[in-house]
Design a protein around this ligand. Structure first.
Ligand code: WTA
Length: 656
C-alpha cells in the first residue's frame, strides 16, 4: 500500500490556464459535468446522438445497443458505413489539398501527403487487393515499417471490408506465425526491410520464415513494399511487389459498405496465458471512440499538427495514427525512427521542424530522454506545442513535471490517458480545458464511461481504498470478442467472480483519491508492462521451457527506472546447476532464445538459476516471493507454506 501513500503525498495540482480553457472544446469543469450528466441520464441516447453527429452513415441505424447476447454487445447494429470513407472521402471536397501526413524517415527525408493523394493511394491498393481476390471478411496481416504505407495498407483493408491484423515489426517469426495462423490470414502485407535508428530489420525474410511453418496454407498472397531495395527471396507463386500491383490500379474504389458491427481489425495482445489474445474491434463503435476522444481529450482543432509517436503495431498507433486523426481530417506527423537517433534531441527537432501542436508519447520514452539529455529540449524552439499526452503506463510525477516544464514550458496541459487495446480509445483521461491535473493521475472517466473501483465481492470501494478497475456499462469502442475464442473473452473480461459476469474487468488495480481522481496502480494479472508494452509472463515462461536446456521457469517483473518494468527470469536447468563462466553463457543463450521466440522486447534483463523454484507444498510457484527477490529486497512475507526455503538463498543474487 506504499503506492497509495505516495499518491496521497502528491499534492500538486495544475488547473487549466484561462488562455487554454477559453479556446478549448470542453472549456470548463461544468461543461464536462454536463456531458457526464447527459450520459448518466440515458447512456444509449447519449452515444446514439454522438454516433449521428460524428459518423457519415451509408444507412442510418435505428437500433442503438443490443445487449441480448451480453457480454457480446452490439452497437448501432443495423447501420452501415465504411471507416475508410469516414477517414478520407468525407474530407475531399472541403480539404482535399490539406496535408494529411507529414512523414519523416529514419534518415530525415520528409514526404508530405495530402488527403487527396492519400485517398488515391488507398483506393489503388484497395483495388489491387480486390484484383487478387481479397474480399470482405478476409484477414490480412500487416507487418510493416512505421511509414505512410502502413496506414495506407490498413485503410485499404478497411475500404474493402477486409479485417486487418497488424503485427509489430519487432516481433519474431514465431510470434508472427502464431498470429497469422490464429487469424487464418489469406494475405500478408510487408516490406523488404525496415530501418530504425540506422539498423535494418529484414521483414520479408521474417515473413518467409513465419510462412515456412507447415500449417500456414491459408496465406496465398504476400505484398512487398520496397523500402530499401535489399535482395529478398522472391516466390513468384505468392509474392508480389506493392509498386507493381498498384501501378495500373484505378485510383477510384467504391467503398464496401459494411454493418456497424463488421470487424474492422483484430490486434493481438498479451494476456495471462501463453497464447496472445486476438482483440476484435467493430467498425462504427471503434471509429466513434477515436473521434470523440480526439475532440474531448486531444482538444482537436483543424489547425493542429498532431503527433502520436506510437507504432501502428500497437493499439495507440491504430487509434491515434491510422484512424482518429484521419477521421478528424487532421494533419499528423508519422516518424519512422527512434527518439535517440541520430541524437537524443530527435523528437524535439521534429516538433520544431514540423510545428507540432499536440505531442503524444509514452512515459518510458520521456524517462529515457531525461536520462540522455534532460536539458536538450531547451535547445529547440518548441513554442508550437499547446498540448502534451502520455499513454501506456503510469507516469511518475518526476517525469510528468519534467515533461511539463522542459517540453511544455509550463504552458501545455498534459493529458495522461488510461486505456487499453480492449477499450479501443481513451477511457479515463482529462479534458484539458476542464480538469485540474495532478501529476500521475489519469483524472476522470470520459463521459459515458462508467469506470469504478470495486472489491472482490463486486462492491464499490470507498475513495481512498484500492481495488479492481472496472467499467460498469457497455460503451461503443469496447472489444467485441477474442478472435476464435469467445469463451476466453467472457471469462477474461466479464468473469463471474468479482464482476458477476456484468462489468468489464480491466485487469488493473486502481484507487480514487478523496476528490475522486483515478490513480492506476498496475496490472493485477500476470501481465508485465515493459516500456509501455504488454508482455505475458506465461508467454515468456513457455518460450524459456521450450529451450532444450530448461526444465522449469518463472518470470516476474521488477521496477525499472526507464522501462517501468523489466523482465526477470528464474530458471531451473535440466542438467546440473551451472557454475563459473557457464552461468553467463547459458544466461546469454536463453536471453537470445527469448528474443528469437517472441521478440527483443521480451528479453529478460536477468536470468537467475536455481536447483528449484520456491513452491508451496502443493507445488504452486510462490511468485510474490520471486518478485521480492527480483527487487533485491529482504523476504518479510510469511514463508511457512514454502516447501523448500533453502532455495531462496540461491535465487537471491543476479547471475552476472
Ligand atoms: C497500462 C495501451 C497507467 C495499464 C493504450 C493498461 C496505463 C495497459 C496507462 C494497457 C496510463 C495504459 N496510466 N497505466 N495512462 N495507459 N496503461 O493494451 O496497465 O498496450 O491495462 O494499451 O497499459 O496496455 P495496452
Amino acid at each position: 500500500m506504499s503506492t497509495i501513500e505516495s499518491i496521497l503525498n502528491e499534492a500538486r495540482v495544475f488547473p487549466p490556464s484561462d488562455a487554454f480553457a477559453s479556446k478549448a472544446n470542453i472549456p470548463s469543469f461544468q461543461a464536462y459535468e454536463a456531458l457526464c450528466a447527459e450520459a448518466e441520464q440515458d447512456y444509449q441516447k447519449f452515444w446514439a446522438n454522438r454516433a449521428r453527429e460524428q459518423i457519415v452513415w451509408h444507412k442510418p441505424f435505428t437500433q442503438v445497443l443490443n445487449d441480448q447476447k451480453a457480454p457480446f454487445f452490439e452497437w448501432f447494429g443495423d447501420g452501415e458505413l465504411n471507416v475508410s470513407y469516414n477517414c478520407l472521402d468525407r474530407h475531399l471536397e472541403k480539404q482535399g489539398d490539406k496535408i494529411a501526413i507529414i512523414f519523416e524517415s529514419d534518415d530525415g527525408e520528409v514526404i508530405r501527403t495530402t488527403y487527396h493523394d492519400l485517398h488515391q493511394r488507398v483506393c489503388q491498393l484497395a483495388n489491387a487487393l480486390k484484383s487478387q481476390n481479397i474480399r470482405k471478411g478476409d484477414r490480412v496481416v500487416i507487418y510493416m515499417p512505421m511509414r505512410t504505407e502502413a496506414v495506407i495498407a490498413m485503410q485499404a483493408c478497411a475500404r474493402i471490408g477486409a479485417i486487418h491484423s497488424v503485427v509489430f515489426g519487432g516481433f519474431s517469426a514465431k510470434s508472427l506465425h502464431e498470429r497469422i495462423h490464429d487469424a487464418g490470414a489469406v494475405a500478408v502485407i510487408t516490406a523488404d526491410e525496415q530501418i530504425r535508428g540506422g539498423k535494418r530489420n529484414p521483414l520479408k525474410a521474417i515473413v518467409d520464415e513465419a510462412l515456412s511453418k507447415t500449417d500456414d496454407i491459408s496465406v496465398r498472397l504476400v505484398v512487398i513494399y520496397q523500402r530499401t531495395g535489399a535482395d529478398i527471396e522472391f516466390n513468384p507463386a505468392r509474392d508480389v511487389w506493392w509498386h507493381e500491383l498498384t501501378k495500373n490500379a484505378s485510383s477510384q474504389c467504391e467503398p464496401e459498405w459494411v454493418s456497424a458491427e463488421h470487424p474492422l481489425f483484430t490486434l493481438y495482445t498479451s494476456g495471462s496465458t501463453g497464447k496472445p489474445k486476438g482483440v476484435q474491434h467493430s467498425s462504427a463503435g471503434y471509429l466513434l471512440g477515436t473521434k470523440v476522444s480526439m475532440q474531448w481529450v486531444f482538444d482537436y482543432k483543424p489547425t493542429d499538427v498532431f503527433w502520436c509517436t506510437a507504432d501502428v503495431g500497437w493499439i495507440t498507433g491504430h487509434s491515434y495514427v491510422a484512424y482518429g486523426p484521419l477521421a478528424m481530417g487532421a494533419t499528423q506527423v508519422i516518424f519512422e525512427g527512434i527518439p535517440t537517433y541520430p541524437h537524443a534531441g530527435r523528437f524535439w527537432e521534429i516538433i520544431q521542424k514540423h510545428q507540432v501542436t499536440t505531442f503524444y508519447t509514452a512515459p518510458t520514452a520521456i524517462r529515457s530522454l531525461i536520462k540522455l539529455g534532460a536539458d536538450l529540449p531547451e535547445q529547440f524552439e518548441l513554442s508550437s506545442l499547446r498540448l502534451l499526452g502520455s499513454v501506456g503506463e503510469p507516469i511518475n510525477p518526476e517525469a510528468w513535471i519534467w515533461f511539463y516544464e522542459k517540453v511544455g514550458r509550463s504552458r501545455c496541459p498534459i493529458v495522461d490517458t488510461w486505456w487499453q487495446t480492449e477499450t479501443g480509445s481513451h477511457t479515463i483521461a482529462p479534458m484539458p480545458g476542464a480538469v485540474a491535473l495532478k501529476p500521475g493521475s489519469c483524472t476522470f472517466p470520459l463521459p459515458g464511461i462508467s469506470a469504478a473501483v470495486i472489491d472482490e465481492t463486486g462492491q464499490d470501494v470507498e475513495n481512498g481504498k484500492g481495488g479492481f478497475l472496472v467499467i460498469k456499462k457497455p460503451f461503443p469502442s469496447q472489444v467485441r470478442t477474442l478472435w476464435s475464442d469467445p469463451e476466453r473473452f467472457r471469462t477474461t473480461y466479464f468473469p463471474d467472480e468479482i464482476c458477476h459476469g456484468k462489468y468489464y474487468l480491466a485487469g488493473d488495480s486502481a484507487y480514487r483519491d478523496k476528490e475522486g481522481y483515478f490513480w492506476i496502480m498496475g496490472r493485477v494479472d500476470d501481465v508485465l508492462n515493459v516500456s509501455g508494452h504488454r508482455l505475458g509472463t506465461m508467454e515468456i515462461e513457455s518460450a524459456l521451457v521450450a529451450h532444450p536446456l530448461v526444465a522449469e521457469a518463472a518470470v516476474v517483473g521488477k521496477p525499472h527506472e526507464v522501462k517501468g518494468e523489466s523482465v526477470i527470469a528464474f530458471v531451473v536447468l535440466k542438467g546440473q546447476y551451472p557454475h563459473g563462466k557457464e552461468i553467463e553463457q547459458i544466461a546469454h543463450t536463453l536471453r537470445e532464445w527469448v528474443a528469437k521466440e517472441i521478440g527483443p522486447i521480451a528479453k529478460p534483463d536477468e536470468v537467475r538459476f536455481g536447483e528449484n523454484l520456491p513452491k508451496t507444498r502443493s507445488g504452486k510457484i510462490m511468485r510474490r516471493l520471486l518478485r521480492t527477490l527480483a527487487k533485491g529486497e529482504e523476504i518479510t512475507q510469511d514463508i511457512s507454506t514454502l516447501e523448500n526455503p533453502a532455495i531462496l538463498e540461491q535465487l537471491k543474487y543476479p547471475t552476472k
